[in-house]
Design a binder for this molecule. Sequence first.
Ligand code: MF3
Ligand code: CO
Ligand code: CO
Length: 279
Amino acid sequence: MTIAIKNAEEIEAMRLACRLASEVLDMLTPYVRAGVTTKEIDRLAHEHMVEVQGGVPATLNYQPPGYPPYPASLCTSLNDVVCHGIPDERPLKNGDILNIDVTIIKDGFHGDNSRMFVVGEGSIAARRLCQITYEAMWKGIVKVRPGARLGDIGHAIQTFAENAGFSIVREFCGHGVGRRFHEEPQVLHYGRPGTLEELVPGMIFTIEPMINAGRREIKEDRKGNRPYDGWTIVTRDRSLSAQWEHTVLVTDTGYEVLTLSAGSPPPPAFVGSAAVAAS
Ligand code: MF3
Ligand code: CO
Ligand code: CO
C-alpha cells in the first residue's frame, strides 16, 4: 500500500478545495428546512460550485467500477439512508435528519465533507444520534498525529459510538483524497489501537463515520418493483443513520482540519482549541 505524501504546493491547493467544500455547506444551511426538496438543494450547490467558486462538483457522473454514473452534484442521505442518497423531488419534513455530502474539485484537487441537518426541531433521539456522530468523528480526528496508526482512529470512533448505544457501519470508510476522489488509505471507523498504517506528515484523508441508531447492517434501497438506483444505501432495520465528514491533514505535530469555514460547527469541548488552530 502506498499512501501519497502531499508536498507544500499540493497542501495549499487542498486547503483551498476543502475550504470551498465547507463553504458550499455554509451556503446551503439556510435552505435546509421543511418544504424544500433535495433536488433544489442540489441545484443551488451545483450553481454555487460552478458559477461562484469556479469548481467542478466531483460527484456528478462519478462512476467507480460496478456503479452507474452518479447523477447529482452532492449526496443527500435522509433518515434511514446511510449514504449516497440521490437528490429527488420529495419536500423535506419537520423531524427529518439529512446528511449533505459535498465534494468539489478545485484546480485539480478534491475537497470532501459532509454535515447533518435536523429539519425543524427533531426528536431527542434523532438529535442525540447526530450529536454523538459529530463527536465520534472528532474523537477520531484528535488521534491524528505522526506516529499514530489508522487503527487508533477507528478504535476511538467505535468505542465512543458503541458506548453511546449506537453501531458503526463497516462497509464504507474514509479515504485518502487529493488529485483523486478516493485514494489510499482506507480509513475504517472501527478497529484496534496500534494496528494498520502509521501516520506521516503530509498524508491527507477523510474521517466520515456512518453511525446507526439500531443495528449496523445495511442494504441497497430497493423500493418495491422499481429498479435499484445503483447508489442509495439504507439501514437494514430501517433505523436512523447519521454521518459527518472532514478532510484532515497530518501535520508535524498533529492534525489540521482542512474542511473548515466560517459556518463550520464548533468542535466539541473535548477538542483542545490549540490543536484546531495550529497550522
Ligand atoms: N462524498 C462521498 C465520500 O465521502 C462519496 C460520494 S460518491 C457519489 O466519499 F458518487 F455517491 F457521489
Ligand atoms: Co469522503
Ligand atoms: Co464525502
